[in-house]
Write a protein that binds this ligand. Structure first.
Ligand code: FEO
Length: 400
């Protein structure tokens, strides 16, 4: 059965949800599933904007055929060449031999790399600002390199002021029938997944996202159609503000996140005692995560959200406990910057993780490591309560 939705009079969503996939990109858990959005513009000429992942190919083609009816497909606009959106291009090329493929020079290079598909007799290579008229609708192309791959571009429908934003403004999460962000409680049900999606997938490329946001600020946008997650047609300022913060590495909340790793519960005990002392000092919305039991993509998203981070971990093989090391590696890879960090470590005979964690943090941009580190010798006991109190005071002071 086809399953399509009107976005506007001439524009159809023909995507599909996948709730079977456990790991997006074979890395990120997606317990709420994911949607692959694709769109068809029905005008004097017809245009497909992106395809979908192979896993939803059957639904995608049924949707496409239903919307086209007895019309031909005239254009295939390829905004992004990651296989979760382009996996069906070769099938499209075969099934619609008259369709012209629209992309930039890098798009066609990647089509060739992935599919050895020769489209040289039916391609339209576009660059920034080029236009394509379908009839009533005129489309223009906005290059968006590294949001999230080098070939990424966006398509803007000048007529309806709709921005087809590729991966930007996307989110993990299946759509559950509600296609529009204003049909759901986005802040309650979607924001965490949107943040986790952005920070882990595009987080590294804040500068490039800023460049695209600057271009977007110069055009009037009434609707944003991303390749994953809900479509934005109301309150666009909400999601633009989030993107502004995320892409400039500005914390959303002034609060403390404690990320601890603990082999036998002793570092955990110290982290929990610290959380209580911070709460006693009036701090609200403290987050505490066991790094061993929290997927690193969630830790990263939370690190982008929070202003102050406490890292607590044992020494392991004279280094940093591996799950903490993995989190720090991801933090640096994703270009996280501008946070204040307090450090606790643990070691029964030669604690050194603290110094090593501090060194890793100091490799990142604009990070502040608070001066006093708290080093636990196997377990923290009441005889060191004053030290923990002073450690909590130092953190609170740093937030003023
Ligand atoms: Fe959803 Fe970069 O692909």
């Amino acid at each position: 059965m086809y399953s399509v939705r009107n976005v506007s009079e001439d524009l159809f969503w023909i995507g599909a949800d996948d709730r079977r996939l456990a790991l997006f990109e074979n890395i990120f858990p997606i317990p709420r599933g994911v949607s692959y959005n694709a769109y068809v513009m029905m005008d004097e000429k017809t245009a497909l904007l992106d395809t979908a992942d192979y896993s939803v190919g059957r639904q995608f083609f049924e949707n496409l055929k239903h919307v086209l009816g007895d019309r031909n497909l005239d254009y295939v606009i390829v905004n992004h060449m990651e296989p979760d959106h382009c996996a069906l291009l070769a099938d499209i090329a075969r099934d619609y031999p008259d369709a012209v493929f629209v992309g930039n020079a890098k798009t066609f290079q990647m089509i060739s790399q992935f599919y050895q598909l020769d489209l040289s007799d039916r391609n339209l290579v576009v660059k920034e600002g080029d236009t394509l008229t379908l009839g009533k609708h005129t489309l223009t192309f906005v290059m968006a390199p590294m949001v999230h791959w080098p070939e990424a571009m966006m398509t803007y429908d000048v007529t309806d002021k709709t921005l087809f934003a590729a991966d930007a403004f996307g989110s993990f999460g299946a759509l559950n029938g509600n296609l529009f962000a204003d049909d759901v409680n986005f802040d309650r049900d979607w924001l965490d997944d949107a943040r986790r999606y952005y920070t882990n997938i595009v987080g590294k490329y804040g500068t490039q996202v800023q460049a695209v946001l600057k271009k977007a600020s110069g055009i009037e946008i009434s609707t944003i159609c991303p390749l994953h997650g809900p479509i934005w047609r109301e309150n666009l300022g909400y999601i633009l503000d989030k993107y502004m913060k995320w892409s400039t590495y500005t914390p959303e909340d002034k609060n403390v996140m404690i990320a601890y790793a603990s082999m036998y519960g002793d570092t955990e005990n110290a982290a929990c005692a610290l959380a209580n002392l911070l709460a006693e000092r009036g701090l609200k919305n403290i987050s505490v995560y066991d790094v061993s039991n929290t997927h690193v993509s969630t830790l990263i998203a939370e690190t982008f959200r929070c202003s102050h981070i406490v890292l607590a971990a044992p020494t392991y093989n004279a280094g940093i406990y591996p799950v903490m090391e993995n989190y720090l590696t991801d933090m640096k890879a994703l270009n996280l910057q501008g946070r204040t960090v307090a450090i606790m470590d643990n070691g029964t005979w030669a604690a050194s993780a603290g110094k090593q964690m501090a060194a890793r943090i100091e490799e990142m941009k604009n990070m502040t490591v608070l001066p006093t580190m708290l080093s636990i010798k196997s377990a923290l006991h009441g005889d060191r309560a004053d030290e923990l109190e002073a450690f909590a005071d130092m953190i609170v002071e740093s937030m003023k």
